[in-house]
Write a protein that binds this ligand. Structure first.
Ligand code: GDP
Ligand code: MN
Length: 384
């Protein structure tokens, strides 16, 4: 789950990471008021779940409250396109109005999980303010990677990082403290990514998180009720939210062959074989090992809400869930939803013969394939 910048900063502040003073707003008049409280000169920042806003026109400096109001009016309601939003962009509904800081240096700090090392790693670079992927591609030696040996970044590690980054003078101690606070926040919020880009040193010797990104592991949200409340449904794919609410694992993709599959491994194999057959999956959908009739129905409903779906491939292995029970569910759901796109099925497992009989007796026009390859071929052909 992604947080907005203003939410991430609020969380990081509670851990002791310094951030600029600012206020989230939803209309231009409030932006003006915020700018007045902040002394006039402010930064107006679009709050969307994507980075690269600076280059895309989503971060603007205002010299006065009146200018902040004008910039806010122009930014709210605009579709902001950055290299992370995709060409369709994102509608701007919220802004963060912050005090301007006298920046002397921009640094990159980020913590994520290093799967191969089985521990979090803090990455730092003196080349902040640009995408870390860009730095990695251009000059990998410009990034220092400090593995976290426990949940915390030790003081000696943070000091070593600060030396390497060339931080000295008044900013040294606050920078060390901020890095350690970032590591603590990463650990205690069960984040999958905690990034400050840029982390700035100011001309008056402060070290401040000018931008912040915090992604929380969805699987941990049950123990973070306060963070779970920060979810912004405006920023999420409505079908994916719908699926979560019905215990389904759904991800929308760009193709036209809808997939209903049980088990994540089989779902991935199904997407692969669709591509192998020359087609493109419209989605990833795992209905789970013990899919009920209701889940099958909701699965169909969600697949069919995507207007690009031209055929549906149902690939189910009946283990926990017996194939005849599933077939009944499919028939009932197909009748209830009056499904009009071709449905290709590949069913295997317990009671498969009874299941096939139920489909044949239903009077509905199912295409029952003998194996996965044949099922994919048929589904792709019907979607063409
Ligand atoms: P992103 O492009 O989505 O990552 O948005 P950021 O919050 O990182 O802002 C992009 C850039 O805007 C930063 O790297 C800074 O160069 C600039 N910027 C943001 N806030 C300020 C500020 O208070 N003062 C100045 N001078 N520049 C700022
Ligand atoms: Mn940034």
């Amino acid at each position: 789950m992604k947080l907005h910048e203003y939410q991430a900063k609020r969380v990081l502040r509670t851990y002791g990471v310094p951030t600029p003073k600012g206020f989230p707003v939803r209309d231009a008049a409030d932006a003006r008021e915020a700018a007045e409280k902040l002394g006039g000169k402010v930064v107006v920042k679009a709050q969307i779940h994507a980075g690269g806003r600076g280059k895309g026109g989503g971060v603007k400096l205002a010299g006065s409250p009146a200018e902040a109001e004008r910039l806010a009016a122009a930014m709210l309601g605009m579709t902001l396109v950055t290299h992370q939003t995709g060409p369709q962009g994102r509608l701007v509904k919220r802004l963060l109005v912050e005090e301007q800081l006298p920046i002397s240096r921009e640094i990159y700090l980020g913590i994520t999980l290093d799967r191969s090392a089985r521990r979090p790693v803090l990455m730092a670079s003196a080349q902040g303010g640009v995408e870390i992927e860009e730095v990695a591609a251009r000059d990998p030696s410009a990034i220092l990677r400090e593995p976290l040996s426990g949940p915390l970044l030790h003081a000696y590690q943070a000091r070593r990082l600060a030396f390497w980054l060339g931080i000295s003078g008044d900013a040294f101690r606050p920078a060390v403290a901020a890095m350690r606070a970032l590591a603590k926040a990463y650990d205690e919020t069960d984040a999958s990514l905690a990034e400050i880009n840029p982390f700035v040193l100011t001309e008056d010797g402060r070290a401040v998180a000018l931008d912040a990104k915090l992604d929380i592991d969805d699987n941990s949200l049950f123990r973070h009720a306060d963070l779970a409340r920060l979810r912004d449904l405006d920023e999420e794919e409505p079908l994916e939210t719908d699926a979560i609410n019905h215990g389904l694992n759904y991800i929308k993709l760009d193709g036209n062959v809808g997939c209903m599959v049980n088990g994540a491994g089989l779902a991935m194999a199904t997407m692969d074989i669709i591509q192998h057959a020359g087609g493109m999956p419209a989605n990833f959908l795992d209905v789970g090992g013990g899919a009920s009739k209701d889940q099958v129905k909701n699965g169909f409903r969600i697949i069919l809400s995507d207007p690009s779906v031209r055929s549906i491939l149902i690939n189910i292995f009946g283990g926990i869930l017996k194939v005849d029970v599933l077939a009944e569910g499919i028939v009932a759901a197909a009748k209830e939803l009056a499904i009009s796109v071709p449905m290709v099925l590949r069913l295997e497992g317990t009671n498969v013969e009874e299941g096939r009989q139920i489909l044949a007796d239903s009077g509905l026009d199912f295409i029952v394939a003998s194996d996965m390859k044949e099922a994919a071929r048929q589904a792709v052909a019907r979607a063409a």
